[in-house]
Design a protein around this ligand. Structure first.
Ligand SMILES: NC(=O)c1ccc[n+]([C@@H]2O[C@H](COP(=O)([O-])OP(=O)(O)OC[C@H]3O[C@@H](n4cnc5c(N)ncnc54)[C@H](OP(=O)(O)O)[C@@H]3O)[C@@H](O)[C@H]2O)c1
Length: 263
C-alpha cells in the first residue's frame, strides 16, 4: 500500500487563541505559510480576526474561520474546540496564545485581579488541552499527533515583582505544561514557548521599547517571527513534550529589577 502524496493529505488544523492581532496573528500567518488551516480565535477584535483569516486564505488558499469566545467564560471555552471541529472536521493542535496582562503588584493585589488572570491565562489553556485530548482519543489520533502549545514568558525564569497576578497565572500554566504532558500522553504533546520582550505595549514608547529590546546577552530579544517559528517547531517536532523553549535572546539570563513595561 502506498502512502498518500503530500498534496493529497488533508491540511492540519490549528486553533490559535487571541489570533486577531500581534503575536497570535503572526503565528496564524506563519502557520498558514506552512500549509496549516487556522481557526482564528478572538474576543473583542472581531474585524482584525476576520482580516487575519482573509490574509491566511490569501497565503495558502484554504478556508480559515473565526471563532469568538470570552475565555473567562468556562462553558463558552469548553464549547470552543467542538465548534472548531464542527467547522473543520478535526483539530490537530491548539496554541494557547491569548492572555490578559493587567498590572498589579504586592500592594495592589486582590483576589479579583488574580482570579481574572487565572481564568483566561491558566484555566482556559487547560480546558482547551482537555478538549483536544478528548477529541484526539475519539478520533484515535496517532501518538503525539495532537499538540498543545502554551505561550509563557521569560520572566518566569527571571522574576521581578511587577504584574503579580499575570506572573502567577503564567507560573501556574508552566506547571500545568508539565502535568498535562504527563497526563495527556501519548495522545497529546504539550510544549511551552516563552518569548522575551517581543512587542511593545501601551506602557512603552517605541524608542524605549527598542532600547529595552537590546538588553539581552545576544543584543536582541525575540521578534514575532522568531516566536512564530518556534511555535511551528513545537508543532512539528514529534519528540518534544513537557518542556519549554525560551525564545528571548537570553534575556532570562540577565537580572531585571522591574518588568520591561515599567523600566
Ligand atoms: N508581547 C510580548 O512581548 C510577550 C512577551 C512575553 C510573553 N508573551 C506572551 O505571548 C502571548 C501573546 O502576546 P501578545 O502581546 O501578542 O498578547 P496580547 O496582545 O496582550 O493579547 C493577545 C490577545 O489575547 C486575547 N484575550 C485577552 N483576554 C481574553 C479573554 N478573556 N478571552 C479571549 N481572548 C482574550 C485578546 O483578544 P481580543 O483582542 O480579540 O480581545 C488579545 O488580542 C501571550 O500569552 C503573552 O503572555 C508576549
Amino acid at each position: 500500500m502506498t502512502s498518500p502524496s503530500p498534496a493529497a493529505m488533508p491540511a492540519r488544523t490549528v486553533l490559535i487563541t487571541g489570533a486577531a492581532r500581534r503575536l497570535g496573528r503572526e503565528m496564524a500567518l506563519h502557520l498558514a505559510r506552512s500549509g496549516w488551516q487556522v481557526a482564528v480565535h478572538c474576543h473583542n477584535s472581531l474585524a482584525e480576526a476576520e482580516q487575519t483569516a482573509r490574509d491566511c486564505h490569501a497565503i495558502n488558499g484554504l478556508e480559515h474561520r473565526v471563532l469568538r469566545t470570552d475565555l473567562n467564560d468556562e462553558s463558552a471555552t469548553r464549547a470552543l474546540l467542538s465548534q472548531a471541529v464542527a467547522l473543520f472536521g478535526q483539530v490537530d493542535a491548539v496554541v494557547n496564545n491569548a492572555s490578559l496582562f493587567e498590572h498589579d503588584a504586592a500592594d495592589s493585589f486582590s483576589y479579583e485581579r488574580m482570579v481574572q488572570h487565572l481564568r483566561s491565562n491558566t484555566g482556559a489553556p487547560i480546558v482547551l488541552a482537555q478538549a483536544l485530548h478528548a477529541h484526539a482519543c475519539a478520533r484515535q489520533a496517532p501518538a503525539g499527533a495532537a499538540v498543545v502549545v502554551n505561550l509563557l514568558d521569560q520572566k518566569l525564569w527571571n522574576p521581578n515583582p511587577d504584574f503579580l497576578s499575570y506572573t502567577l497565572s503564567k507560573a501556574a500554566l508552566e506547571a500545568a505544561n508539565t502535568l498535562l504532558a504527563q497526563a495527556l500522553a501519548p495522545h497529546v504533546r504539550v510544549v511551552g514557548v516563552a518569548p522575551g520582550l517581543t512587542l511593545t505595549s501601551h506602557m512603552l514608547s517605541q524608542d524605549k521599547f527598542e532600547q529595552l529590546h537590546q538588553l539581552s546577552p545576544l543584543g536582541r530579544s525575540s521578534t514575532p517571527q522568531d516566536v512564530a517559528a518556534t511555535v511551528r517547531f513545537a508543532l512539528d517536532n514529534a519528540s518534544i513534550t513537557g518542556t519549554t523553549l525560551l525564545v528571548d535572546g537570553g534575556q532570562h539570563l540577565r537580572r531585571f529589577e522591574r518588568d520591561f513595561s515599567l523600566m
